[in-house]
Design a protein around this ligand. Structure first.
Ligand code: SF4
Length: 412
C-alpha cells in the first residue's frame, strides 16, 4: 500500500529522505513473512495450519527468486533478507503435524488410568496381557511397577491384584480368579463389556429355546404324535449360529466367544461368511475394532444367501472411536507429503488404520518408535503428518516430531 505513495512525484522529498526502495520493500516483506509465520504458530486447527503454511511457502519461494528483493544469483547467499528467509524456511517451511484425532481411545485411557491409580497405592500390580499394544507405553508402566503376565502365569499366583485390560476376558478367567483368591481390577472397556453381555444374553436364549425344542420333541415321541421328522427339521432351522466378525485369537474375540461356551463362529472376512450354514438362523456381531466396510460386505453376502426359512439378524457393534478415525485419518494422510504412522506391531486397529493411510498416501510408513524413522523417507517433502492408532500414546508421537526435527537439522 505504501509503494504507490512513494512513487508519487509529490512525495519526492519524502522518498529522498527514506532509504533505498528495494530495502524498504525487503523490510516490508520481512514483516509480512514474520507475521505469517506467527500466524502459522497461532493457527489451531491442523487444516488451517497446513493452508497457511502452503501459502507461506509459495510466498517465500516467489520472493527469494524475485528481483524486488535484489536476490539475484550473485547475492542469493548473502544479505539480511536471505538470512531471515533461511531462518523462516527452516522453522516454518517444513510442516510437521501431529494428528489430534490419533492416540488412546476412551477404553485404553481408562485402563491406563486405573493401572496408574493402583500403582500409586501399591508397589506392584499384575496385568493379564499387554495393557495396550504399544511396547513403549508398556515399558513406562512396567517401570512404575506393572508386571505383565499371561494366562498360564495367572494359574500360578494367588492372593494378588490383577488388572484386566480394556479388551475384556472370558468367564473362565473370572472363575479362575475366584478360585485363586485373586482380586481383579476390571478395566474392561464399558463398550466391550456391553457387547459381552449382549452375546451372553443371546446365547442363553438360544440354549433355552434348544432345551425347549428337545423337550417338545421327546414329549411328542412319547405321545406318538408328530413322529415324522418335519417338526425337527423346522426347529433345526432355528438352531441359531452366533457369529462374530473378528480376528481369531484376538483377546477381545476370546472374551466374546467365551460368553457362548466357545460355540460362537468367528469369521474374519466376507469370504469366510461363505462357510456359514444358510439354512439355519444367523445372528451376527462384530469385534469392536473391525472395519465397517467389511462388516457391511458380510451383511450383504448373508442377506443374499440366507434361506427363506431361516432368519438373519445383525448388530453393528463396531466402536465409533475407531470407525470414525477411518475417514479422518484418510483426510489427514492426503494432506501430507509423508505420513508416519506410530503404532505397536500387535495393534489390530493400528493395522486397519495404517492400511487406510497407505491407500490414501503411498508415502506412509509404520513405525513403533522414533528411532525407526529413516531420513530417506523425508526427502523432498514439505509436509509430514504423524498419526497413530487408539493404542498410541501422544508422548510417543511428540517424540517422533522431535526426532524428525533433529534429522532435518531444525534443532541445531
Ligand atoms: S476401541 Fe472402543 S471399544 Fe475398544 S477399547 Fe477403545 S473405546 Fe473401548
Amino acid at each position: 500500500m505504501l509503494l504507490p505513495l512513494l512513487s508519487n512525484k509529490s512525495n519526492k522529498r519524502i522518498r529522498e529522505a527514506l532509504p533505498d526502495r528495494k530495502k524498504i520493500n525487503a523490510f516490508l516483506f520481512c514483516i509480512v513473512l514474520a507475521y505469517s509465520y506467527l500466524d502459522i504458530r497461532r493457527a489451531t486447527s491442523s487444516l488451517e495450519k497446513a493452508q497457511i503454511n502452503l501459502a507461506f511457502c509459495s510466498l517465500i519461494r516467489t520472493l527469494t527468486s524475485s528481483k524486488v528483493l535484489s536476490l539475484d544469483n550473485k547475492k542469493k547467499n548473502s544479505g539480511f533478507p536471505f538470512v531471515l528467509f533461511s531462518l523462516i524456511r527452516t522453522f516454518a517451511g517444513m510442516n510437521i503435524e501431529i494428528d489430534q484425532g490419533s492416540g488412546f481411545c476412551f477404553g485404553v485411557t481408562r485402563a491406563i488410568g486405573k493401572a496408574e491409580e493402583e500403582l500409586s497405592k501399591e508397589e506392584q500390580l499384575y496385568c493379564l496381557g499387554d495393557i495396550v499394544h504399544n511396547g513403549k507405553e508398556c515399558d513406562r508402566l512396567q517401570q512404575m511397577g506393572l508386571v505383565t503376565i499371561n494366562h498360564e502365569q495367572l494359574r500360578d499366583i494367588r492372593d494378588a491384584k490383577v488388572l484386566l485390560r480394556a479388551h475384556g476376558e472370558p468367564p473362565s478367567t473370572y472363575a479362575l480368579a475366584r478360585e485363586r483368591h485373586i482380586n481383579l481390577i476390571d478395566a474392561t472397556c464399558p463398550v466391550v463389556l456391553h457387547l459381552q453381555e449382549r452375546i451372553k444374553k443371546e446365547y442363553e436364549e438360544k440354549v433355552k429355546s434348544e432345551e425347549l425344542r428337545v423337550k417338545n420333541k421327546s414329549n411328542q415321541s412319547k405321545d406318538g404324535t408328530n413322529s415324522d421328522s418335519s417338526l425337527f427339521t423346522l426347529h433345526s432351522s432355528l438352531d441359531k449360529q452366533i457369529v462374530i466378525f473378528g480376528k481369531r485369537g484376538h483377546a477381545e474375540v476370546i472374551g466374546l466367544v467365551g460368553q457362548t461356551e466357545e460355540t460362537a463362529i468367528v469369521i474374519e472376512s466376507a469370504e469366510d461368511a461363505g462357510k456359514l450354514d444358510f439354512n439355519r438362523d444367523i445372528s451376527l456381531y462384530s469385534q469392536t475394532t473391525m472395519p465397517l466396510d467389511e462388516f457391511r460386505k458380510i451383511v450383504d453376502y448373508v442377506q443374499q444367501h440366507i434361506s427363506p426359512e431361516a432368519t438373519f439378524t445383525y448388530y453393528d457393534t463396531i466402536c465409533r472411536q475407531v470407525a470414525n478415525r477411518m475417514p479422518n485419518i484418510r483426510g489427514f494422510a492426503l494432506k501430507h507429503d509423508v505420513v508416519l504412522f506410530v503404532c505397536g506391531k500387535k495393534s489390530s486397529n493400528g493395522r486397519v488404520l495404517f492400511n487406510e493411510c497407505k491407500e490414501a498416501n503411498p508415502r506412509s510408513y509404520m513405525i513403533d518408535t522414533a528411532s525407526e524413522i529413516d531420513v530417506r523417507w523425508l526427502q523432498g517433502c514439505e509436509s509430514i503428518g504423524i498419526c497413530g492408532a487408539t493404542s498410541t500414546p501422544k508422548w510417543l508421537m511428540e517424540e517422533c516430531k522431535v526426532r524428525i526435527e533433529e534429522l532435518l537439522g531444525c534443532h541445531e
